[in-house]
Design a protein around this ligand. Sequence first.
Ligand code: SAM
Length: 294
Amino acid sequence: MLSYQHGYHAGNPADVQKHLTLIAILQRMQAKESAIHYFDTHAGKGHYDLADAQAQKKGEFRAGVAKAIAVREALEKNSFWADFFAGLDNANAEATQQGELHDVAKLRYYPGSPGWVAQFRRSQDRHTVFELHPAEHAALQDRATASKQRHTGRVVYGDGLAGVIQQLPPKTPRLLVLIDPAYENKTEYLDVAATAATIMQRCRHAVVLIWYPLLPAGRHALLLEQIQQQVQQPILQSEFCYQESAGERGMYGAGMLVVNPPWQLEQQLTEAMQPFLAQYGEVATYQHTWLVAE
Ligand code: SAM
């Protein structure tokens, strides 16, 4: 049974890194006119209220998106951050009008991955999102129905790893897949590597973006090892450590793998992340490695 709910973590430092990377890839891919089918295998609710009980329980957004907002002026000179803040403003447009902004972060809502993509996808693009948790799916479906999918893309209730494979190859010339599990089940590290390998066998040109947590147990090593063995295309790894690893539990950072990254993505992301990194003091690091060389 699934128990993870992203509302407790929305807008935390790992979310900001993930969504900035997603925006960077979308921006780079959209430099060409040809259509993209975007799949989101683990969608979540698509939209999070930072004033609700889940977000307020630990207030993780204060260590993430609130820190970005604190240095917004410096960050938004960069085009990836400019899109990030434009997306945040859009998601908060109604709340701003109604004076519902949150005290600390000066925002009320934080978009989930379906919400970010929905804002930037073009008329020629396609957008399909999967969610398996009944309550999360219901919230996402309600939002899709109310907005005729304008805020979410096409919502599918089911397993996103099997679901994306069933829909390949897409009709569009290009394909972008985000794989963002909660890793509640340890076999997910292996399942994600196997799914990425199958996607790449069916669509050699696909761009696949995979998120993983950095936890003291280091279970992500299995994902790295397996994906390196099973995927032949270039894989760029980015790891963002925003606090020291303390004790046996607790996430101290997050990683992203990009299969077939756009050219020079690592330089562009490093440049974009530097001023944000400075918000976390000397312990923070942001590093790229080629798991499979270009
Ligand atoms: N991608 C979202 C974002 O960036 O806003 C966050 C996703 S959250 C980390 C992971 C989500 O995957 C949870 O909502 C969980 O219910 C869902 N999930 C877990 N296993 C799944 C599966 N096999 N297929 C689809 N969704 C799944």
